[in-house]
Structure formats: structure tokens, C-alpha cells
Design a protein around this ligand. Structure first.
Ligand SMILES: Cc1cc2nc3c(=O)[nH]c(=O)nc-3n(C[C@H](O)[C@H](O)[C@H](O)COP(=O)(O)O)c2cc1C
Length: 166
């Protein structure tokens, strides 16, 4: 007998129990900078430096990411709440009046004020039902002293105020 799969509400509740940071994944679409907020980011390996991000097909940025050779992954800091709002929106010009610099390899937009930034080369594009998974080799990485933003159950938190359990 087949058992029913967990429903969407249950899976939402499961996901709310998993705490992440927030990234902004960017690329150049010709000469137009594009990007969106993504928390489906993970490191895969350190050697070679490999990471992944997962983007829904309904995102207006998806096809530009799928065509791209390079992406930037900006790990947002506690000072970038306005940046999350901008890149989680459907605005047609998320980069208006925003400071950014082109990555050194493929020109993907790096956002100053981020906690850390990478420019990556896409090595695999996997279509997984409603999303695409991008497996990427890290070509350039920068880390700052600014603490990362925390995302938990739909809210954003300051990682400067964490209490160790041990
Ligand atoms: C904290 C946060 C995390 C998100 N994570 C993802 C994600 O991992 N993958 C994704 O496809 N969308 C994610 N989104 C949703 C997109 O950022 C949102 O749908 C955005 O409007 C897409 O913009 P676009 O259609 O212009 O690409 C996230 C949004 C927020 C606020």
C-alpha cells in the first residue's frame, strides 16, 4: 500500500525549522545585471571549491541564470535588509541606484556590504521538478568582518547576538 506524501503545509512547517542565511545570486544578461534573493545555497566541497544554488523556474531571473556561464553569490550581511527586499521583489530594475562591481572572471555583479562574496562558474545545470540546481566551481571569493544575516521562519535576524549552546 502506498502512503500519501507529506502535504505542502507540512513541508512548509518542516522548512521553517531549518535556519539559513540569505544570498543574492546575480548574473549579467547581456549588459543587463539580473538577480534574486536565494536561501537555497549550500557548500558542496572545499577542494575543489564547489557550491550549489537552487532557483525556481517561475523566477524571471531563472532563464538568464540558466544561460549564464558565471554567477555571483553574495552572502548578505546584517546591514542589507533593504537589499533582501529589493531582490525578493519582482521589480524590473533591482539594480537601480545600487552600487555593484563586476566579478573578475565573468563580470557577475558583486554587491558591496555583503558578508562574503563569490564569483562562480556554472559546471552543471540540473532540472529538478519546479527548480533548477546550479552546481558551481568557485573562482573568486572575498570575506569581510560584517556579520551575516540570518533567515528563520520568514524573518530576518542579527547574527551578532547568538548565544552558544555549549
Ligand atoms: C529569504 C528569501 C529566500 C528565498 N530563496 C529563494 C530560493 O532559494 N530560490 C528561489 O528560486 N527563490 C527564492 N526566493 C524567492 C525569490 O527571491 C523571489 O521569488 C523573487 O521575487 C524572484 O524574483 P524574479 O522573479 O525577478 O527572479 C527567496 C525569497 C526570500 C525573501
Amino acid at each position: 500500500m502506498t502512503r500519501p506524501m507529506p502535504d505542502v503545509d507540512t513541508m512548509k512547517q518542516v522548512n521553517r525549522q531549518f535556519i539559513t542565511g540569505v544570498t543574492v545570486v546575480t548574473t549579467m544578461d547581456g549588459d543587463v545585471p539580473r538577480g534574486l534573493a536565494v536561501n537555497a545555497f549550500s557548500s558542496i566541497s572545499l577542494e575543489p571549491p564547489t557550491v550549489m544554488v537552487c532557483v525556481q523556474h517561475t523566477s524571471s531571473t531563472h532563464d538568464a541564470l540558466f544561460r549564464a556561464s558565471h554567477l555571483a553569490i553574495n552572502i548578505l550581511s546584517v546591514e542589507q535588509l533593504d537589499v533582501v527586499a529589493r531582490f525578493a521583489s519582482k521589480s524590473s530594475d533591482k539594480f537601480a541606484a545600487l552600487d555593484w562591481t563586476p566579478g573578475p572572471h565573468g563580470g557577475a555583479p558583486l554587491l558591496p556590504g555583503s558578508s562574503a562574496q563569490m564569483e562562480v562558474e556554472i559546471r552543471e545545470r540540473l532540472r529538478a521538478s519546479t527548480h533548477s540546481v546550479f552546481i558551481c566551481r568557485v573562482l573568486h571569493a572575498d570575506v569581510t568582518d560584517t556579520a551575516p544575516m540570518i533567515y528563520s521562519a520568514g524573518e530576518f535576524f542579527d547574527s551578532n547576538h547568538l548565544r552558544p549552546l555549549g
